[in-house]
Design a protein around this ligand. Structure first.
Ligand code: CP3
Length: 319
């Protein structure tokens, strides 16, 4: 969850010299940034430094990160013609730099912690491609779904295929698990999820399972979606903090492990409250096998690194 984000001074130091995309595209820099949290925090896995939007570029959807605004897609997709014009691409060529980073990291992380690769799920990726950037209502995305369902299904199918190929390439390059981020899926109702998102996430998660590594599936605002999301497959479902962990697990069912679910803003408060929050998550997991302690979403830039260190220490020593 944005382990290597702006809350770390060593990350900010590198960002003074390079843009986010430059870091993503230069394997030596991406390797260095991936390793920063592993050096500083008692974490049990490293997450590849990259960004979920990178596959958009080789599809023919160029974008940039603009300070203060987040991602900006230069020419958003708006209709069936735009969708038909999308390019299939070979990850091993167009995203070869990501795969190179994985190869270097495999050497660096040997005998330390496993490496998690990742990609965006079709709904979340499509929402950026269609809205042109971040959104609160996802109105353009949902308008396309409802008014031109066949165009939506064409786009989602295309994204599912591209993302499946990209994740297989990451697995072949050496990641030991993958996480599928459907960060903004909470915008959909359960029935819309089933109709417009489920088949595509299912396809990706099945491809990852067939490739032989564990798959983690994550979204936010998913309290009412956990039951249908668990039908998408995968081994682990990630949950945010909006439901207590035990209740979320009941909704997910016994066939999935669970990842979560501390509110990341607790890292901004006093240590005692942070520890109480972590204790609550762990007590609700109650030692059942299949709980991965994590935050419910990304670490905010204003978070003191000491709080993150203390949290990792607390979790490891809690009995
Ligand atoms: O722990 C890590 O840092 C792993 C690397 C990682 C990044 N992005 C680097 C990054 C991961 C796993 C992502 C995934 C990602 N990218 C998601 C899904 C995760 C989530 O938060 O739900 C999403 C939605 C994106 C798209 C994206 N990238 C947005 C919306 C932004 C802007 C955020 C903002 O507040 O301005 C980014 C930029 C980005 N990607 C940063 C990092 C560390 C921010 C730091 C920077 O600008 O230097």
């Amino acid at each position: 969850m944005r382990q290597a984000g702006r809350y770390m001074a060593e990350y900010r130091a590198i960002r003074k010299q390079y843009t986010l995309l430059e870091i993503c595209k230069q394997p030596e820099l991406a390797t260095e940034v991936t390793l920063q949290p592993v050096e500083r925090l008692e974490v049990d896995a490293a997450i590849l430094f990259s960004d979920l939007l990178l596959p958009l570029e080789p599809m023919g959807i160029p974008f940039d990160f603009i300070k203060g605004e987040g991602p900006v897609i230069h020419k958003p997709i708006r209709n069936n013609a735009d969708i038909k014009a999308l390019r299939t691409f070979e990850s091993r060529e167009s995203l070869g730099h990501v795969l190179k980073t994985i190869t270097i990291l495999n050497q660096e992380l040997k005998d330390r912690v496993p490496l998690i690769g990742f990609a965006g799920a079709p709904f979340t990726l499509a929402s950026y491609a269609i809205e042109g950037g971040p959104s609160k209502s996802y109105e353009k995305t949902k308008a396309l779904m409802y008014t031109e369902p066949s165009a939506w299904h064409r786009l989602a199918q295309f994204l599912a295929q591209s993302i499946s190929d990209y994740l297989v390439a990451q697995i072949e390059a050496g990641v030991q698990a993958v996480q599928l981020f459907d960060s903004w899926i909470g915008a959909l109702s359960p029935s819309d999820y089933t109709e417009f998102a489920l088949p595509y996430s299912q396809h990706i998660l099945q491809t990852v399972s067939d490739a032989g590594v564990p798959a983690l599936h994550f979204g936010t605002g998913t309290s009412t979606l956990l039951g249908v999301m668990s039908k998408a497959g995968g081994d682990v479902l990630g949950v945010d903090w909006r439901l207590p962990l035990d209740e979320a697990w009941t909704r997910i069912g016994p066939n999935h492990a669970i990842q979560g679910n501390l509110d990341p803003t607790l890292l901004l408060g006093p240590i005692e409250r942070l520890q109480a929050g972590a204790k609550d998550v762990l007590d609700r997991a109650a030692g059942r096998p299949g709980h991965i302690f994590n935050l419910g979403h990304g670490i905010l830039p204003t978070t003191p690194v000491e709080s993150v260190q203390e949290l990792a220490r607390f979790v490891h020593h809690y009995r």
